[in-house]
Design a binder for this molecule. Structure first.
Ligand code: SF4
Length: 167
């Protein structure tokens, strides 16, 4: 997997101080995508998991990690993303995990494959759905278009319904 970027600290990619990993590669090709270069799986630099984990360990202000892209949960990236989250939690067990995905939670659940189910177990908050230009709204917090939802993943799974986080 390649990564399109990494922020040591951010407050605009989820609640609280967070590190942000942008993975490379996305199959959705949404019109109006603001990160078109990161749609290529060859874009960016090789993902060095240990280097990123070391950076996270060195920063005590962080409350969580956000995985964005590109598409973290496509079949090409999901396995490495799950391994990364698990390894982050070994060193920072209280970390809160946000993930941005162009897939909806329904699409992810319907895959019904082991690695996607593991991803859903590890993620606390999923901002789901493709970017839709006609629904673009710059006033929205933490998302680009109004079709996208900010979901409490564990409640969505355990209660088998859509549970959005009110911000
Ligand atoms: S899901 Fe995100 S990265 Fe992928 S094409 Fe759509 S806006 Fe761009």
């Amino acid at each position: 997997m390649k990564m399109a970027g990494f922020y040591d600290e951010s407050i605009s990619n989820g609640l609280g101080w967070r590190a942000v990993l942008f993975v490379s590669g996305c199959p959705h090709n949404c019109p109006g995508c603001q990160n078109k270069m990161a749609q290529s799986f060859d874009y960016g630099e090789e993902f060095d998991k240990q280097k990123i984990i070391n950076k996270i360990c060195d920063n005590s202000i962080l409350k969580g990690i956000t995985i964005s892209g590109g598409e973290p949960l496509c079949k090409e990236n999901v396995k490495e993303v799950v391994e990364f989250i698990k390894d982050v939690k070994k060193v920072r067990p209280n970390f809160n995990v946000w993930c941005y995905s162009g897939y909806t939670i329904e699409e992810l659940k319907n895959r019904n494959d082991e690695i996607t189910n593991q991803a859903l177990k590890e993620i606390d908050v999923l901002v789901d759905g493709r970017f839709v230009q006609e629904k673009k709204d710059p006033t929205l917090k933490f998302r680009g278009s109004s079709n996208q939802r900010i979901l409490d993943v564990q409640k969505c799974i355990n209660e088998n319904k859509i549970v959005q986080i009110a911000l």
